[in-house]
Design a protein around this ligand. Structure first.
Ligand SMILES: Nc1ncnc2c1ncn2[C@@H]1O[C@H](COP(=O)(O)OP(=O)(O)OP(=O)(O)O)[C@@H](O)[C@H]1O
Ligand SMILES: [Mg+2]
Length: 503
């Protein structure tokens, strides 16, 4: 079914149509400075597409709650535990209800955690419920920041992970990301890069203009045109809207935002008693001072609760026992390795999120009676990346491999595994893994995504990719002083079996 969403008018006076089905497959990025009309544009898109597709709005300012009255969206107030948000997200997929996740009033870190829990719940929904949903994220740079800010590293990682999942791996699950940002330079590159459709609004800063030009494949000079765009004017490009840059003007909306731009109004008459007005309490302020309620406790992350549940119960008669349980570290490590192998032997493991694998890991550790504190999520991710690289004992203890591990630290958790697999081949002098094998390590079926990751590593100066005259790929690691043997990038992935072939 072909549905054209009417976004407004083109410069030729025709309707600017957005092909909804194509949009679901290819995602959308909206960028424009504050006041350029991004939220208005998102509202137009949501209103026009409401009859056709389920919608979920991640709304940091509580601006979109007004969709509820006219279009029946359910407003989900985010002041809840993360587990509860995840469960609600699962239910909205099951029952196909359009929602606005209202994050207003939470501090940035809580907003990140809540959005991640919600997106995670939508992402991990049962396969039977993978219906198409438009997932609209306004102010996306808050949830996928390009650099570490004031929030904790953990909050940033889980939020960035959820946004990366939405944009990189959501399509198969029916999730179509539509993200808007004031500043492209503040948005994580890998999240922006997954959108194939762009609506570019007024942009002043050179650095944002340069990023926009790169994403759109334009000359930087050409991108200068974004500087002169008026409010509500955007340049559209992408398979769902236009194959060439197309200037469009966004049309009107039926609902109104809760916050509106300030309008100039005449000041009141100057009065002599201005000092009194501000320093004396007014008649209606004669109430006793109301104490603010204490801020709500920060919800406990699900991973912590799981870890807590898995902790062995304390022994009541501890007096005769030593203060700390005594166990053999080597035995514990060996047990954990066995558990890891069990998880990785499942051919579906590569395509499951780390959160799901971690839950599986904790349960298996309990079944195998692994002594001591359960491995925290961070440690698990690391072990997973290393285990996926499949390094033998001898290589693992070598200095070069330790150096490779240190290099991988500069990358985000979700891509460390891919880097280590290539590094392992170089350290052991094996052929460079194929695109399909790298894609599997990334939890994706898309070979082009694997190639993009290699390009990204190269941009970071971690490795150099070259092709020999037979078309085989060789990856060199200048810091490690080694390189892979030539490998055919198009080789099918044996471990993925029929899966890759069926894609
Ligand atoms: N196409 C349009 N037609 C009419 N009014 C518009 C249009 N686009 C934006 N506006 C108005 O301009 C003001 C700013 O727009 P909007 O809130 O969408 O900007 P924004 O890009 O989301 O800014 P911020 O990044 O600060 O949130 C709003 O009052 C909105 O109603
Ligand atoms: Mg806005």
């Amino acid at each position: 079914m072909k549905v054209g969403i009417d976004m407004g008018a083109t410069s030729k006076g025709t309707s600017a149509l957005l092909d909804l089905e194509e949009l679901l497959a290819t995602r959308l990025l909206v960028q424009g400075n504050s006041g350029s009309g991004k939220s208005h544009l998102l509202r137009r898109l949501l209103e026009q597409s409401a009859p056709w597709v389920q919608q979920c709005v991640i709304d940091p300012e509580g601006d979109f709650v007004t969709l509820a009255e006219k279009f029946g969206h359910v407003v989900v107030d985010a002041v809840r535990t993360e587990a509860e948000l995840t469960r609600i997200a699962g239910r909205i997929r099951q029952h196909r209800v359009s929602v606005v996740l209202n994050l207003e009033g939470l501090d940035v870190e809580q907003q990140m955690r809540a959005a991640a829990a919600f997106l995670g719940g939508m992402f991990d929904a049962d396969r039977d419920h993978w219906y198409p949903v438009l997932v609209v994220v306004d102010e996306a740079q808050l949830f996928a920041p390009a650099v570490a800010g004031e929030v904790s590293d953990e909050a940033r990682k889980i939020s960035l992970g959820a946004m990366t999942n939405l944009m990189c791996r959501g399509r198969k699950r029916g999730l179509a990301g539509v993200i808007a940002t004031q500043r492209l330079a503040k948005l994580a590159k890998n999240v922006a890069a997954e959108a194939s459709n762009f609506l570019m609004g007024r942009t002043f800063l050179d650095i944002d203009m340069a990023r926009a030009a790169d994403l759109l494949g334009m000359e930087r000079r050409q991108a200068e045109m974004f500087r002169d765009l008026g409010r509500g004017h955007f340049v559209a490009l992408g398979p769902a809207v236009s194959r060439r840059p197309l200037p469009i003007t966004i049309g009107t909306v039926e609902t109104s935002p809760r916050s509106v731009s300030p309008k100039l109004m005449p000041l009141p008459e100057a009065s002599d008693d201005a000092r009194d007005l501000i320093f004396k309490p007014g008649a209606d302020e004669a109430r006793p001072l109301v104490r603010r309620p204490p801020p709500p406790p920060t919800p406990t992350p699900t991973a912590d609760i799981l870890a807590q549940l898995s902790r062995p119960r304390p022994q009541p008669e501890a007096s005769a026992e030593p203060m700390f349980p005594v166990f053999d570290e080597a035995e514990r490590d060996a047990l954990i390795d066995t558990v890891m192998r069990g998880i990785l032997d499942d051919p579906d493991a590569a395509f499951r999120s780390v959160a799901v694998l971690y839950q599986d890991f904790l349960v298996r550790c309990r079944i195998s009676r692994v002594p001591g504190e359960p491995l925290p999520l961070v440690g698990f991710r690391r072990k997973l990346a290393v285990a996926r690289a499949g390094v033998d004992k001898e290589t693992a203890s070598g200095e070069t491999w330790q150096q490779a591990l240190a290099l991988s630290e500069s990358l985000t958790d979700d891509i460390q595994g891919v880097f280590l697999i290539v590094a392992q081949s170089a350290v052991s002098g094996e052929p460079c893994p194929s695109d399909a094998a790298l894609a599997r390590a990334y939890g994706s079926h898309s070979p082009s995504r694997a190639r993009r990751l290699l390009t990204y590593f190269e941009e970071q100066g971690l490795l150099v990719v070259r092709t020999d005259f037979r078309g085989s790929r060789i990856v060199a690691f200048p810091d490690l002083g080694c390189e892979t043997a030539p490998g055919d990038p198009n080789r099918p992935d044996e471990l993925a079996g029929d899966r890759t072939a069926a894609e």
